[in-house]
Design a protein around this ligand. Structure first.
Ligand code: GLP
Length: 241
């Protein structure tokens, strides 16, 4: 794993933006894996700026989001569908046909999971997968204990993850209890993975990701086994290394 050490959140976002831009501008049909949460917001802002300044175009880009809550409609303010529109897609020239986000509001979620895997494999593989890091080591919504062999599946969100995400909702009771997420094997099949880590509250998780044993109890530890991972972390996040 390559570790890029930066001073702060803005520098982390810039470094990530450089990597994503390079891949978008150099691959014929780039396939990006996208994450949600607070961590990639700065990166998305920078990508929008690059598009506005005509330094890039997304018209040949395909995206696959990592995860989505189960039970929230597309129009719900806290669905990841809304998040992606508000933080990126509304401001760039991506073709909506090339945007893929698991739908957590269908009656047959199991079919949605297998269909999502099918569409990913029809595209070959994900060129660059962006990841944030949960404080408990989750990637996507793969909580501790998720088999490394998992593909897109339904998860029961842990109490700590629901608490961590409660800041986006009116109260923790409104945070869904379940989600649909790309599996760990799905993520590991990406050609390249870029992990963004910012802030003191991620410092223990980052130390475990880099130096901990590879264990399903800490999902992100599997990244030690991937051939092409870049971790971009800021000083507060690096403080426990
Ligand atoms: C959330 C998301 C993940 C995200 C992680 C960290 O629950 N499902 O995809 O990477 O947790 O979130 P944040 O960046 O807000 O700390």
């Amino acid at each position: 794993m390559k570790l890029v050490k930066v001073k702060n959140y803005d520098q982390m976002s810039e470094q990530a933006c450089d990597i994503v831009l390079d891949r978008i501008n150099n691959l014929k049909k780039p396939v990006l894996g996208l994450a949600t949460g607070s961590t990639p917001e700065g990166l998305y802002k920078q990508l929008i700026n690059k598009y506005t300044n005509k330094e890039t175009s997304f018209n040949n880009v395909t995206t696959f989001n990592l995860d989505e809550y189960i039970g929230l409609s597309h129009s719900h303010p806290n669905s990841y569908y809304t998040y992606m529109n508000e933080h990126l897609f509304n401001y760039i020239d991506i073709d909506s046909k090339n945007v893929n986000i698991p739908n957590g509001n269908v009656s047959d979620i199991l079919k949605e999971c297998s269909d999502y895997e099918k569409v990913i494999s029809e595209h070959g593989s994900i060129d660059v997968q962006l990841l944030g890091l949960g404080s408990n080591g989750h990637i996507g919504f793969n909580e501790p204990g998720t088999p490394f062999s998992s593909r897109t599946h339904i998860v029961q969100l842990s109490e700590s993850t629901r608490q961590a995400n409660a800041r986006f909702f009116e109260s923790v009771d409104e945070v869904p209890t379940k989600a649909i997420t790309m599996g760990i094997r799905t993520i590991m099949e990406s050609n390249e993975i870029v992990v963004l880590v910012s802030g003191l509250k991620k410092s223990m998780a980052l130390a475990n990701l880099i130096n901990g044993e590879v264990s399903e109890e800490f999902p992100a530890s599997i990244l030690q086994k991937h051939k092409n991972v870049t971790i971009i972390a800021d000083e507060p996040a690096l403080s426990k290394l």
